[in-house]
Design a protein around this ligand. Structure first.
Ligand SMILES: Cc1ncc(COP(=O)(O)O)c(C=O)c1O
Length: 383
């Protein structure tokens, strides 16, 4: 939807757009685009490989509940979350889906994991031992995933632990493994030697362990080719429209559209400053539009003087420091009739996608999405 169609909001007939009238900003999330992205990735890996959806951190900030429901409706059967709490919440919504918990089987949570039929990702030998003791007496043995660290040094069995396990295969006896997995460090750079190295380590370890489905690739890894697909891929970022290919056109559909409301428009004389710290000085007389989105909304302060916004189809610079609730735009030269209080400017859309918005703030699209504010009026479309 273009800002032109929405702006200015007060043109809507009274009573038909009350939520938009109240909102300081509208975050539109295209569930249809998320479904398309999942289908595209599933098509890319082919029928023999399963494409799981990573919906941790509240579906990368876009709402785990609506996102997971839309993906389940599109045919996704396996989901990954980071924490037990995320897993429990997702189980309430998806009664039959597979839900794996990446952060592992943590002390005093084992019974809840079992009760909710969650799949723990076992990240060390201690977790494996606890899980085995827990499930051996059970008639219907639940599955777990085994995570081998091949280079991230973050989660998963270290190489030393993997060697111990290879030498003591009984530790896995009776444990049903849904997958043996690892996670790539630099998959967004296909030329990086680390990709092949991690794959080699993963294959070598897997060969010495009991047969189980394997999973190595997340979003970018899917684009490294079929050698990296194994049996299960774990797509997160790409589902949400983040570009899995740095330095190439984004093959994913645009998912998020953030529109900030103009709350004041003013003429500013040459020499006057804009924003805290008097950092931006007008080198000519101009016009400033103040938009009700600030760093408290996850609109990064570090993007000052670099971020852009769309207004009536034109790109205008954000000038001066971003403050807690407000951002100032230089709208000099834009037809005043299109810059009205109550109208909207486009902060995230196809022209300013999350990857670019992130780069301007010195961060990545992942952080832009997961920082998206709670004050936004969220509108889910499609799906
Ligand atoms: C183990 C694991 N698998 C998959 C993913 C999804 O990665 P991406 O969002 O790059 O697709 C993550 C995300 O951090 C992860 O930690």
């Amino acid at each position: 939807m273009s800002s032109k169609r929405l702006a200015p909001v007060h043109r809507h007939p009274a009573g038909t757009n009350a939520a938009a009238d109240r909102a300081s900003a509208i975050l539109e999330i295209d569930l249809g685009a998320i479904q398309r992205n999942w289908r595209m990735l599933q098509g890319k890996v082919g029928k023999a490989v399963q494409c799981a959806a990573v919906v941790k951190a509240d579906g990368y900030g876009l709402g785990a509940a609506p996102v997971a429901k839309a993906l389940a409706a599109a045919g996704c059967k396996t989901f990954f979350v980071a924490t037990l709490e995320e897993g429990l919440a997702l189980r309430e919504m998806l009664k039959t889906a597979e839900i794996a918990v990446l952060n592992g089987l943590l002390p005093r949570t084992e019974q809840e994991v079992l009760r909710a039929r969650l799949i723990p990702v076992l990240n060390d030998l201690g977790q494996l031992d606890v899980w085995r003791t827990l499930v051996l007496p059970l008639k219907q043995r639940p599955t777990a995933m085994l995570h081998l660290d091949t280079g991230l040094s973050r989660l998963g069995l270290s190489r030393a632990e993997t060697q111990v396990l290879v030498g003591e295969p009984d530790r896995l006896a009776g444990v049903a493994l849904r997958a043996i997995m690892s996670h790539l460090v630099v998959a967004e750079d296909p030329k990086h030697a680390k990709n092949a190295e991690q794959r080699r380590l993963f294959l070598a370890a897997r060969r010495k362990l009991p047969p189980a489905p394997a999973s190595l690739a997340a979003s970018s890894g899917i684009f490294l080719g079929s050698d990296f697909h194994f049996d299960l891929v774990r797509a997160g970022a790409a589902l949400y429209g983040i570009n899995p290919l740095t330095d190439q056109l984004n093959p994913m559909s645009q998912v998020t559209h953030l529109k900030g409301k103009i709350v004041q428009v003013r003429d500013v004389d040459r020499g006057e400053t804009v924003g805290y710290g008097a950092e931006h000085r007008m080198d000519r007389g101009g016009r400033i539009a103040t938009v009700a989105v600030g760093y408290a909304d996850g609109w990064f302060r570090s993007s000052k003087n670099r971020a852009m916004a769309g207004i009536a189809g034109r790109q205008v610079p954000i000038v001066g420091r971003i403050s807690m609730d407000l951002t100032t735009l230089d709208v000099t030269g834009i037809d005043p009739a299109l810059v009205e209080v109550g109208g909207f400017v486009d902060l995230i859309d196809a022209k300013n996608p999350v990857d670019i918005v992130g780069a301007r703030a010195g961060t990545i699209g992942y952080e832009v999405l997961t920082a998206l504010g709670r004050r936004y009026h969220r509108v889910y479309i499609g799906g």
